[in-house]
Each structure stands twice: as C-alpha cells, then as structure tokens.
Write a protein that binds this ligand. Structure first.
Ligand code: HEM
Length: 353
C-alpha cells in the first residue's frame, strides 16, 4: 500500500468523521431522531425507511448511510496501515485501530441514544465521542505525513503550552455547548424533549464566557506566531482559527438572540466541528518529526533481504543518523533486526505535543 494512498484515506477519515457530526446534527435538529423507530433496522423488519416515516425517516436513513460509508473507510484504514509499502509503523497502526475502537463505541452509543429516546446525556456523549474520534483522525492524518521518530518542538515552549491550552479550552467550550443544547429545546426528541435541569440563561452565559476566553487566546496565538519564528503551517492554522472562532461566536450570539432557529444551530454545530479540527491541527503544527522521506529510506533499509548480497553489506544498522530506524517502526518480517537503542532514549526524552 503506497504512502500516498494511505494519506488520502487518513484525510478522508477527517472529512467523513466531520461530515457525520453534521449529518447527525441535522437528524436531531429536524426532529428525525426517531425517524427510524428501531435500530439497526428502520421500522419492523426493514433496514430501509417505510413511507409512513416519510422525510424524517429519509433523513435518519441518510445519516445511517453516511455512517456506513464512514464505517467502510474506518474499516480499511488499519488494514492499509498494516500493509504500508516499506514497512508498517507502530504509531500509524495504533492510531488506525483507535478509529475502529471509536467507531464501535459510536455505533453502540448511537443505539443507546435511540433506546433512551434521545436523552440529552446520551446525545451529548455521542457528540463528544465524535470529537475524540476526530482527534484520533487528525493526529493520524498528521503522522501519516511525517516520518517516525523524534518529536521536536518547532516553537518556544511558551507557545507550545499556549497551543495545548487552546485545545483544552476548545474542548471545554464544546462540552459547555452540549450542556446548553441539552438544557434547551434541541436537546433531543423534538416533541417530548428530556432536558438537563439547568437554567438556560446561566449555562448559555458560561458557554459564551468560555467562547470569549477562547477568542482571546486565539488572538494571542495569532499574534505570537507572527512575531516569533513559528512554522508557516502554525501561522496559517492560527489565522484560520481566528476566522472560525470569530464566526462561531457571532453565530452563537445570533442564534441565542434569534430564539435558536434550527438552521443557525446546525451551522453552529458545523462551525464547532471545524474549529476543533483546526485547533488540533494548530497544536500539531507546533512540533515536527523527521521528514517522511527519511522514514521511507529507513523503511527501505529495514526491508532489505534477510541474506545480504555479498559485497553490498553496509554498516547502516546501528549508525544513529536521521535515517536510523525509528523506535516505532516495525521491521518487515524476515528482515534483519536493527538495533533500536540509539533511537529509543531520544523518543522517550522528547517532548510530546
Ligand atoms: C468558539 C465559540 C463557540 C463554540 C466552539 C461553540 C460550540 C457549541 C457546541 C459544540 C454546541 C452544542 C451543539 C449541539 O450539540 O448541537 C453549542 C451550542 C450552543 N451555543 Fe455555542 N459555541 C461557541 C460560541 C457560542 C457563543 C458566543 C454563544 C452565545 C450565547 C453560543 C450559544 C450557543 C447556544 C445557545 C447553543 C445551544 C443551541 C441548541 O439549542 O442546540 N455559542 N455551541
């Protein structure tokens, strides 16, 4: 399996896992959550919607179809990671299997959400698990474009901490957002919504306060990456994040004062998903790893024939150059075992994003 094909699939994972958050949101906001009253079937004994469930059934069914496509892509990702040309990499394999785990969790949680008649706690958990799954997918996508091995900060420590703080505060704003939703009319079942018993004004205020804190941090980050020698990717992502967060906050206020119309809420949810992906990408842009070409060279070395051709043996094994075997690169079966100790302390001692 070529690296390029694998990278395409990792990017597709990020896109599709974002898409399903939006399509799932449309299901809830259009009141189609129980459009298919049973799960995994849509009505008694059928996997497709009956005419009696009409539009809601079609929307819910469409969401399940998106879920199937996502499932297919998630399913093939670890299989591709195991068959990567030039040797498999443990980090990519683990992250790929993480997608399986998350997808399975989402399938179970989706079923529980239907069984609990869209209780807000399960609806919120469903959304938040999607964010965890997206985290996994974004990290996998980034790693698939880098070589294995040592992580090096590409910015000053303070900036790296600011990026981490941004991710934490973003996650907090997402959690508070689901609390606001669970307290309001869009909590789940459109006809008889169960709700968290909080005061809607108070939780909205708290959520908006978190968003304001986030806006300040993002502005600080955009400024800091400009005045320091930060990587171009970090500058780019920080600008995108400023735009997304400002638009998102504007949408938040607009929907609050306009009585939370479904269309704006759907846009707000989409914005939240995009913001999360960009915040993660910004954080990942703050550190570097060896270039993929170095890694490919390593893999080629690792995949050398078990019996070296006379006269072609090289002292590469054990030479701690940038092409040295990465600690998390699994040698191709049958290849000579390359000593990893030279690389291991580097990886253990290296700061992680
Ligand atoms: C970066 C800024 C923001 C982010 C990332 C964000 C994120 C979210 C998320 C994830 C939800 C839950 C979506 C769902 O489960 O349907 C939500 C709901 C909500 N947010 Fe925000 N939000 C932001 C800013 C704001 C602001 C400034 C306000 C202003 C009051 C606001 C008002 C609301 C309201 C009213 C809801 C409930 C909508 C509903 O009934 O479903 N948000 N937000």
């Amino acid at each position: 399996m070529s690296r390029r094909a694998f990278q395409l699939v990792t990017a597709l994972n990020v896109f599709l896992l974002s898409l399903i958050v939006v399509s799932g949101g449309v299901v809830r906001l259009s009141g189609s959550g129980l459009g298919c009253p049973t799960w995994p079937q849509c009505g008694d004994g059928s996997f497709t919607p009956h005419s009696e469930y009409a539009l809601h059934g079609a929307i819910e069914f469409g969401n399940r179809l998106v879920g199937l496509v996502v499932g297919a892509v998630v399913l093939i990702t670890p299989l591709m990671a195991l068959r990567l040309r030039g040797g498999r990499r443990r980090d990519l394999t683990r992250l790929s299997f993480g997608l399986w785990l998350g997808y399975l969790g989402q399938a179970v949680l989706g079923g529980i959400t239907v069984l609990t008649k869209l209780h807000p706690a399960t609806v919120a958990a469903h959304f938040l698990l999607s964010m965890v799954l997206l985290w996994n997918a974004v990290v996998l996508d980034r790693r698939a474009r880098q070589g294995a091995g040592q992580v090096t900060p590409a910015v000053a420590p303070a900036l790296l901490w600011l990026a981490r703080l941004l991710v934490v505060v973003s996650a907090g704003v997402l959690v508070l957002g689901t609390v606001v939703t669970g307290t309001g009319p869009h909590s789940g079942d459109s006809e008889h919504p169960a709700r968290f018993g909080f005061d809607i004004v108070n939780v909205s205020q708290l959520h908006a306060d978190g968003a304001m804190l986030l806006t300040g941090l993002v502005a600080a980050m955009a400024f800091a990456v400009r005045v320091t020698a930060a990587p171009a990717a970090a500058r780019r992502e920080s600008l995108v994040l400023v735009a997304v967060v400002v638009a998102q906050a504007g949408l938040g206020f607009a929907q609050y004062f306009l009585g939370i119309p479904s269309v704006l809420v759907a846009l707000h949810m989409t914005g939240a998903t995009v913001m999360w992906v960009v915040a993660l990408r910004l954080w990942l842009a703050m550190v570097t790893r060896p270039a993929l070409t170095a890694d490919a060279a390593t893999a080629a070395t690792t995949a050398a024939p078990a019996t070296p051709i006379p006269g072609t043996e090289t002292p590469a094994a054990g030479v701690p150059t940038s092409d040295a075997p990465a600690p998390d690169a699994t040698p191709t079966p049958g290849a000579p075992a390359l000593p990893a100790p030279a690389a291991v302390p580097l990886a253990l001692g290296a700061p992680r994003p």
